[in-house]
Design a binder for this molecule. Structure first.
Ligand code: PA5
Length: 467
């Protein structure tokens, strides 16, 4: 990471008054009241980290866990042509973001040789029978490694997938063959999954207790699938460590995560920009936009603050993708209600370049493109969109990595994780819990007949209200 301490860079000029036409945050506040506010958010986060609640901060330094992950990956991928990750929410989105960013596009469609003998990767998160049966009938169980990932070891979707996959493996390999093809990532201390792994002697990797599901991408939850498919997880962790160092200061103007959290918080609470659009201009960063959406929504959308007062707060994170969504959501961003802020994600250099040929020189609608590259077009579209928003007085900022690689991804993960815990402190809520998703889980268990769970009374559909 030497020489890359400045990547990613956050350019927030289009958030500040004087640059943003007719609106924006007074830049003097960054060394004034916002700096003070941030200092106390920083102190709250530091105290919770010191008390052991925020284990994600420590993952980049956990050499033992990284080594165990690498070893499990090397063992697990022997003789394997496909990896299936069984997990949902925080137990799937990090692995998907790493896959999208760091494996070559169309990875699963490449032949074994082009993949360097490394496995294809599939993620089973949604229990949709159409997708699950299509996938399992497409794969050969004797050459497939299944990695079941669940911190709690109880999540209904993941447990259902485990049962389906268990039967699929058992039928093909016999009960004795399951241990070679099933690897468990779960809490080191508790949960049904842990007990099952012990009973059947399945390999297990820990998802550390102090690491919450949506903060688990730098644990084996995200890194085991990455390592199985040949991603350099040490580089991911190295990039995260450098970023954690950059985000350690309590001086707002020098802390990238602090700037991100503070400006988005001010945009929401003072300027009514309640929707935060995360908009990568790189297909390989699509996964990270979905990962950020979950990180933001579950961490900041809260009914009560840390004092127990009812607040019903939290910005709405919305992924959008440039340049395609310029032909979809941009009209709304430009001219609709001024209740949004756009966070562009960009990179300075593409992995590959595609030249646009100079053809049809007498056709103006085509000839101006010739001689440029597709990256130039995509990146100038991003620049043009940011500028158009600025001219309309609509807040936006840009997070730019120098290139998309393992170190950058690690840095982005750490940047957003640190930003969201600072944001939690600024909103006054607990970014580490998610009580709102519990009721739906409890009702599902009741509806599926789990013992100890009451079958909820759900009124039947009323014909008067159906059409
Ligand atoms: O962030 C979270 O805590 C959730 O999104 C969980 O990751 C998700 O519900 C899956 O939980 P588990 O890993 O316990 O199966």
């Amino acid at each position: 990471m030497a020489g890359r301490e400045r990547s990613p860079v956050i350019d927030f000029g289009n958030m500040v008054a004087g640059v943003l036409r007719g609106a924006g945050i007074d830049p003097g506040r960054i060394r004034g009241d916002l700096a003070e506010r941030f200092r106390s958010a920083h102190a709250e986060v530091a105290a919770r980290r010191a008390s052991g609640e925020m284990g994600f901060f420590d993952l980049p330094e956990d050499a033992g866990l990284a080594a165990a992950t690498r070893e499990a990956a090397l063992r697990g991928r022997r003789g394997v042509d496909a990896l299936v990750v069984l997990g949902i929410g925080g137990s799937a989105l990090g692995a998907a973001a790493l896959r999208d960013a760091l494996l070559p596009p169309l990875w699963n469609e490449l032949g074994g040789e082009a993949r360097g003998g490394l496995p294809r990767i599939y993620i089973l998160d949604n229990p949709d029978p159409d997708s699950v049966s299509a996938l399992l009938s497409h794969l050969d169980p004797s050459h497939t490694l299944c990695n079941v990932v669940s911190k709690s070891g109880t999540t209904a979707e993941t447990m259902a997938h485990l049962l389906v996959v268990w039967r699929w493996l058992e039928r093909a390999l016999g009960a004795g063959g399951i241990g070679n093809r099933l690897l468990v990532t779960t809490s080191p201390a508790r949960g049904t999954l842990r007990g099952l792994a012990a009973e059947f002697d399945l390999p297990v990797l820990p998802l550390p207790e102090a690491v919450g599901g949506r903060f688990s991408v730098l644990s084996p939850a995200g890194l085991l699938p990455a390592a199985v498919t040949g991603i350099d997880i040490d580089a991911v962790l190295g990039g995260a460590a450098v970023m954690a160092g950059r985000c350690a200061t309590d001086e707002l103007a020098r802390n990238p995560a602090g700037i991100l959290a503070t400006l988005l918080h001010v945009a929401d609470t003072e300027s009514g920009a309640r929707t935060q659009v995360f908009m990568p201009y790189a297909d390989r960063l699509r996964g990270i936009a979905y990962w950020v959406q979950q990180l933001w929504a579950e961490s900041l959308g809260k009914a009560v603050d840390r004092q127990g007062r009812r607040v019903e707060t939290g910005p709405t994170p919305l992924p959008a993708f440039g340049a395609a969504d310029q032909h979809s959501i941009l009209q709304l961003l430009m001219e609709g209600p001024r209740d949004k802020v756009v966070v562009f994600l960009s990179r300075e250099t593409p992995g590959e370049e595609v030249a646009i040929p100079s053809l049809f020189r007498d056709t103006p609608a085509l000839s101006y493109l010739g001689g440029h590259t597709l990256f130039e077009l995509l990146d100038r579209e991003r620049l043009a969109t940011a500028e158009a928003l600025r001219r309309e007085g609509r807040m936006n900022l840009t997070v730019t990595v120098d290139r998309i690689d393992a170190e950058s991804l690690g840095a982005l993960f750490m940047l957003f994780q640190v930003a969201v815990v600072y944001a939690g402190a600024l909103y006054g809520v607990d970014p580490l819990d998610q009580p709102g998703v519990e009721l739906g889980k409890v009702l599902t268990c009741g509806l599926m007949g789990r013992s100890g769970y009451e079958v909820p009374e759900i009124p039947p559909p009323d014909p008067r209200w159906r059409v």
